[in-house]
Ligand binder design. Sequence first.
Ligand SMILES: NC(=O)c1ccc[n+]([C@@H]2O[C@H](COP(=O)([O-])OP(=O)(O)OC[C@H]3O[C@@H](n4cnc5c(N)ncnc54)[C@H](O)[C@@H]3O)[C@@H](O)[C@H]2O)c1
Length: 266
Amino acid sequence: MDYLPKNRLLDLTGKTAIVTGAVGIGYGIAYRLAEAGANVMIAARNQESLVKTTTELISKGYSVKNTRTDVSVESDVKNLVESTVKEFGGIDILVNNAGVFPNIPVHKMTVEDFDKVLSINLKGVFLCSKYVSEIMIKQGRGGKIINITSIDALHPSMIGLAHYDASKHGVWGFTKNLALELAPHKIWVNAVAPGGITTPGVQKMQGAPPPGVDMNKIMEGFLTQIPMRRMGEPDDIGKVVLFLAGEMASYMTGSQIVVDGGVLLT
Ligand SMILES: NC(=O)c1ccc[n+]([C@@H]2O[C@H](COP(=O)([O-])OP(=O)(O)OC[C@H]3O[C@@H](n4cnc5c(N)ncnc54)[C@H](O)[C@@H]3O)[C@@H](O)[C@H]2O)c1
């Protein structure tokens, strides 16, 4: 076996990545992939945050573009994939990160609340994987698909997230089956399961609790359970995604890496 030189294990020069989600964990992932040399296409719904993140990363000298996309809308995802191929000439890495986690107890949850979470978190992963894997198979040079699940894909982190937990268990099941399907094409499919990460989404959840729910108390309780005694940062996830996107993880597919400061141990 040939040993790839150490400095090439995390080098993504010449590769193109799509990252869904422009802030929080999405920013951390886009930053690390772009720093490693990849062309990065950022896809998110919010135009303002797309422009802000893209401008920031370009100012660091990285190759970054964006396409406004709602991952739950098929025509948006088709357009994202087409514009990435047009701008960068192909796709090597897809990171399915965009997701929502509104806290709502089931007895207060509407059908629309349930459908929205499943549409973005699970159908969005399906749509992006469908159109990107089609391109990767055609290109014939393999690829990496990395799905951001959650510790909630394995065990509930707090009440009020039943719809979210259903979606994330779904993404984990989807990841394993897709890994099996795409292995003959040298497309490796893995998942990263974050614990509590400080992001705009978590801050929003803390700031707008459902009636009768003391979100600060829930979050305080969650924090005291973390063996590392701190919330994670987006870069804690970005670094693990970089590991899966490069050659360090050359013999991994169908795996889920838990990045939670040890919280699942408690
Ligand atoms: N933050 C955490 O503690 C945590 C823990 C476990 C898993 N996760 C997962 O990590 C991912 C990112 O979480 P975050 O905390 O960074 O969230 P965030 O709310 O801070 O950012 C989410 C990003 O996704 C984008 N987005 C939302 N809906 C979209 C849609 N329909 N189409 C396209 N883009 C859309 C938003 O515009 C935003 O850029 C999610 O899948 C989430 O479930 C987060």
